[in-house]
Design a protein around this ligand. Sequence first.
Ligand code: NDP
Ligand code: 2IT
Length: 453
Amino acid sequence: MDVKSYTENVLKFIKECSPGQDEFYQASTEVFESLIPILQEDKRYQDNSILERIIMPERTIIFRVTWINDSGKIQTNLGYRVQFNSALGPYKGGLRFHPSVNLGIIKFLGFEQIFKNALTGLGIGGGKGGSNFNPKGKSDAEINRFCQAFMSELYRHIGTTRDIPAGDIGVGAREIGYLFGQYKLLTANFEGVMTGKGVGWGGSFGRKEATGYGSVYFAEHILNRHDNQLKGKICCVSGAGNVATYTIEKLKSMGAIPVTCSDSRGTIYHPKGIDIKTLKAIKEVGRESLEKYAELHPDSTYIPVHKYPEGGHAVWSIPCDIAFPSATQNELTLIDAKNLVKNGCILVNEGANMPTTPQALSYLKENKILFAPAKAANAGGVAVSQLEMAQNASMQHWSFAEVDTKLFAIMKSIFETADETAKEFGQEGNLLMGANIAGFRRVADAMIDEGAV
Ligand code: NDP
Ligand code: 2IT
């Protein structure tokens, strides 16, 4: 069968057997389309049914989470862990707590994670999990009870050489602590079964900062390749969580000017640069709305969601040199891409997972905007998670500087791998194709070596 029909047949099969999983189709279609050159060149992948296997999670766990709210009422949520691919190592990937979570979202994230983890060059497989639990407005005690209930089922499926969860949207240091505490209670084992732990009890220095810092390092590597640099660049960042906060922090320390941040309710535009202390005080400590930022900084503007351009987002209509989408999937639409191009943006660097819609992606490509795909640009988080695992396994504790130096080198190596692979397949500068092919090749070759499993 010709390669195009092969990819289309597998995608058709996956749509038929897993209806209604739009984000998962989006992620798998993008990856499969970019694999065509390697599938044409090397027939072993088709001969070994690699696409049919890689698209199917090795194991999908769905469970009920029952917990009691502060009023004494029993609450139920759905919990998920998709153990997607273990060809390169134990399943590794975050947990997302957000009301929008469903199986299709967890599968898209788990699928992306396989290739991202492979790209880091480390020995980690791909997985993802989470719940449709909404942490907003919940008391600390409710969050604790929910995490305990979630782990009361999850603990039997994870382990230091089996599956090592971490954070994602709605799961930060507090939740990792509660989840880890319950794991320890149930198993009577203190072991590195989760990453993103507190630095005082098994966590790694630099894990909290890793995704944002890594994303900025990646942008610097691309710019350097084009005889350019971050210093002096106006940057628009979306999101106001873990990734956005540490993207903004690192941009400032590298002499760039991050002028925006956003949450689900609105966007802050601060032309002289986002004040990182205020952002952390509002979001990391207070867990409040960004509206407060504008009250504290009268020279900034707050744009609420109802004032966004139709079909688009305020953050991408603000003129910038570089865009760092760092909130959630499909947050940069065709309208947003048109605004960015019109305003002279030179690079879109994906901090979030799949933040750019396929239509926006095509438009950026047509207009020759530099593009850093999520699998490469945001891989710093999971890479430092693996460094945390290495420290736990060897009972060591490295300094912040040691971890940061390793992170910088890993981001450089990911950039070079994606760049060289794109060149190898005659698509110079196409980092999306380079990242997808390089990640795929590592996983697929391991799957062939490991036989028909
Ligand atoms: P956080 O929960 O810390 O922050 C998420 C931010 O995005 C918040 O500002 C949130 O606003 C906003 N947001 C989330 N969902 C939506 C939505 N549907 N619409 C509008 N805004 C939204 O998550 P992270 O910073 O950890 O994650 C951000 C992105 O980065 C995600 O795509 C995640 O998968 C990805 N990522 C995270 C890594 C990590 O190490 N944490 C590693 C690699 C990728 P609000 O608070 O109002 O909901
Ligand atoms: O999307 C991601 O890479 C993460 N949420 C981090 C995963 C991890 O295991 O650190």
